[in-house]
Write a protein that binds this ligand. Structure first.
Ligand SMILES: Nc1ncnc2c1ncn2[C@@H]1O[C@H](COP(=O)(O)OP(=O)(O)OP(=O)(O)O)[C@@H](O)[C@H]1O
Ligand SMILES: [Mg+2]
Length: 259
């Protein structure tokens, strides 16, 4: 029996962090690690400037869901009138493209002012996270826009874990500290840091020392020239990253064990 068969429910993960730290790259690598573990994966690009599909090696244009205005209004309502139980289960089948075993959904245009803003595309992301029913062995991994101010409590309730990506640089750690505080305010329970582009043990020690209390470092992914090459060529890196596989397994364990 594969690990995925043993799971009692699906996993919803989201990645946040300062611009350029590697959210999209790690979303892509985690998606692949989940496929390897036998999961059915939906990778969601919720950045208004979408780059997840090409990072996964899918280069044809994808129409962002945010442009389906009628559909969004139908499902989540308009203006101050927000539907409480919108149907979203058909959305991945209708709008995601499948590439190398990963379904990719591009939301686009999710930008808004203030916590829990009611702009329609943002309401739609919240609806998708909260109301998409996952079967055991399914996972949704969301590549968020830098910062999480636009999310709010309803989204937080829909996410099993928020991963805050940091690199060994003070600014990204300050952003992580801010995101961690916000995540606490909106009621997110599982928030973990993921170090990226690390060069040597001293980088890991630097990150550990700079992270705020209560934000544990769950993985340390090295700087990789192959990731840079792959980014230039618009493909997934060929290397296996044991740190990313290990990260996915740990998340699976924490979430399914309920700790
Ligand atoms: N571990 C790594 N080693 C080397 N380069 C990396 C690594 N992770 C990411 N990169 C490179 O860093 C750059 C930024 O990565 P990425 O686009 O994933 O970040 P992001 O946080 O999604 O950025 P944005 O905020 O613009 O969406 C890319 O050129 C990517 O190839
Ligand atoms: Mg990105």
């Amino acid at each position: 029996m594969s690990a995925a068969d043993k799971t009692r429910r699906g996993l919803k993960l989201a990645l946040a962090g300062k611009g350029g730290v590697g959210k999209t790259t790690l979303t892509a690598l985690l998606a692949r690690a989940a496929v390897e573990r036998g999961y059915r994966v939906l990778a969601v690009d919720a950045d208004p400037n979408p780059t997840l599909a090409p990072t996964l090696g899918y280069i044809a244009p994808i129409r962002p869901l945010a442009e389906e205005e009628e559909l969004i209004y139908q499902r989540v309502g308009k203006g101050g009138f927000i539907k409480l139980n919108p149907t979203v289960d058909d959305i991945p089948d209708r709008f995601a493209v499948e590439h190398r075993g990963i379904r990719i959904l591009v939301l686009g245009g999710i930008r808004g002012g203030g916590a829990g803003c009611a702009c329609p595309a943002n309401s739609f992301l919240r609806a998708l996270l909260r109301h998409l029913v996952l079967r055991p062995g399914e996972t949704v991994i969301v590549d968020l826009e830098a910062g999480i101010e636009h999310l709010g409590r309803a989204t937080a309730q829909g996410v099993d874990a928020l991963l805050v990506v940091v690199e060994p640089d003070r600014r990204s750690l300050e952003t992580a500290t801010r995101i961690h505080a916000l995540a606490g305010e909106i009621g997110l329970v599982r928030v973990y840091a993921v170090g990226n582009k690390l060069e040597g043990d001293s980088d890991e020690a630097f990150i550990r020392a700079a992270l705020p209390e209560g934000l544990p470092l769950l993985a340390a992914v090295p700087f990789s020239p192959e990731i840079r090459r792959a980014a230039k060529e618009g493909r997934l890196p060929e290397l296996d990253f044991p740190q990313v596989k290990d990260l996915f397994s740990r998340l699976e364990e924490y979430i399914l064990r309920g700790t």
